[in-house]
Design a protein. Structure first.
Length: 495
């Protein structure tokens, strides 16, 4: 009330001092100045009160007879009416200006909070992190302690209250949360000073947020318009994420179907060759009987043995591929030097290299990388075997590794005929177009599909390319991390 009376009292005091020297009309302007100050700094009803006080003060102090509620000249009644109209008009206009400024400040506050939410929520993935970030942003914006609990279908009242971390469950809070879950209340309610607001987009209820009134308790209802706008943005972000996740699930399902088609095509082609060889050799042995020379018989039996082993290897690869694609492949990550993985792989394929030159380029400062060393040895071994199988025997094979800021790269290069177009058409996914087999013989496809799956569960990529001067170049990129200072910690996940 001080701002309602103070300016009028000051104007009246100055007027009393100047009363002998000023005309009543001038003193009326002085009192109107007090009315303007009151109306500019207070709500509308206080401006009206200040106007009435100014008229009463003007009548008592500046209209003869002084200090009495009487008017010697009825013309002053017009002055009173004009003062009232001017005071009300000024109060109304200043109130509109103040409300416009408040609305503008509210819009700026909402816009800045939405911007912060978009930036921070874009960097998190889990539901718990989303709740923590949302609560932190709302706490910063409102000054009240906020808690967020996501609501799923079938969520109970007790689960919501536990998720909000409330210190107690009283009947009012329980009934209020139940009403919010059932949608029978507006978007918010207050219980013992707490403000409970739903997070909703359209007809979908995403969660509940609470604002703590704090100590001493503070009024929170003025935060409702702000919360409604900001939490609507949160609901939109959540709906967008769910839609993106659904689209990604459809894309993965389509890719899985494409992969299965490619896998069947590859397996049928790769199994046909050894089966044909085994059938032909066995048929020759049966029909020729004793007429077959011993050397030819031995060659046919050796062919049957080799192709049987080859089929066994293909079937083993197929079973491993099924484990990768069905998510049944356990991955035990630990921090390992990639040099040891490459060294073990080179020892495994040494019999297949048959004296071939192998160029190894491994810098001494390669960092440790979090991998399952057995699975990664399988990847490098498979790539080296492909290179040895398809490149001419007199050409060298080069294997190198290097570290970038974000990944560790393993690159294998041969000087053979290069990868078939069907493999390259599928790019780093190592899948193939529908109905097109990948290649002859033991084939590139199934082994590369397995390699792709293993690298994928490590969070990496497998890139296939043909070098400009001939030969295939396969690059495995594994994400880098920060290796612990202590003993290596083994982490098991499932593909």
């Amino acid at each position: 009330m001080g701002w309602a009376v103070g300016p009028i009292v000051v104007a009246a005091g100055v007027g009393l001092v100047l009363r002998p020297h000023l005309a009543p009309a001038d003193l009326a302007m002085l009192m109107l100045l007090g009315v303007v100050v009151v109306a500019a700094r207070n709500p509308r009803w206080i401006g009206v009160l200040g106007t009435v006080l100014a008229i009463v003060g003007y009548d008592l102090l500046f209209i003869t007879p002084y200090y009495r509620f009487s008017v010697s000249d009825t013309a002053y009644l017009i002055t009173f009416v004009v003062m009232l109209i001017v005071g009300l008009a000024i109060g109304h206009l200043t109130s509109l200006l103040r409300e416009a400024a408040q609305h503008r400040a509210q819009r700026e506050r909402i816009a800045s909070t939405r911007l912060v939410l978009n930036e921070r929520l874009g960097a998190v993935a889990s539901a718990d992190e989303l709740a923590e970030v949302t609560a932190a942003v709302l706490t910063e914006a409102t000054g009240a302690s906020c808690r967020v609990c996501w609501v799923a279908r079938g969520t109970t009242v007790e689960a919501v209250i536990d998720g909000l971390g409330q210190p107690r469950i009283d009947h009012g809070l329980r009934d209020g949360v139940l009403a919010i879950l059932e949608g029978s209340l507006p978007h918010y309610l207050t219980v013992d000073g707490w403000l409970v607001h739903r997070i909703q987009e359209g007809e979908r209820l995403w969660g509940v947020v609470t604002l703590d009134p704090g100590e001493p308790p503070r009024a929170l209802l003025d935060q409702v318009p702000f919360l409604a706008a900001v939490l609507g943005q949160v609901g939109t972000i959540l709906e967008r994420r769910e839609t993106a996740a659904a689209h990604e699930a459809v894309r993965v399902e389509v890719e899985a179907g494409r992969l299965r088609t490619a896998l069947l095509s590859t397996v049928s082609h790769d199994l046909r060759t050894p089966l044909t060889t085994i059938e032909g050799s066995a048929s020759t042995l049966l029909t020729g009987q004793d007429a077959i020379p011993p050397a030819t018989r031995a060659a046919l039996l050796e062919a049957i043995q080799d192709e049987s082993r080859r089929m066994n290897r293909l079937i083993g690869n197929l079973l491993e591929m099924v484990r990768v694609e069905t998510g049944a492949l356990p991955v035990r990550r630990s921090w390992q030097p990639i040099e040891e993985v490459i060294g073990v792989a080179l020892l495994r394929v040494e019999p297949r290299l048959a004296g071939r030159a192998v160029e190894v380029d491994l810098p001494e400062d390669l960092p440790l990388v979090a991998i399952d060393e057995l699975l990664m040895e399988h990847v490098v071994t498979n790539i080296l075997e492909n290179a040895a199988r398809h490149a001419p025997g007199e050409t060298p094979i080069r294997i190198s590794a290097r570290a970038t800021e974000e990944s560790l790269e393993i690159r294998v290069r041969d000087h053979g005929p290069g990868l078939p177009d069907a493999v390259l058409a599928a790019g780093s996914s190592a899948t193939v177009p529908r109905g097109r087999p990948i290649g002859p013989g033991a084939g590139h496809g199934l082994g590369l599909l397995i390699c792709r799956g293993i690298v994928s569960v490590h969070g990496g990529t497998l890139t296939l390319a043909n070098a400009p001067d001939g030969g295939a170049e396969l690059t495995v990129r594994l994400p880098r991390g920060v290796a612990p200072d202590g003993p290596a910690h083994e982490e098991e996940v499932t593909a």
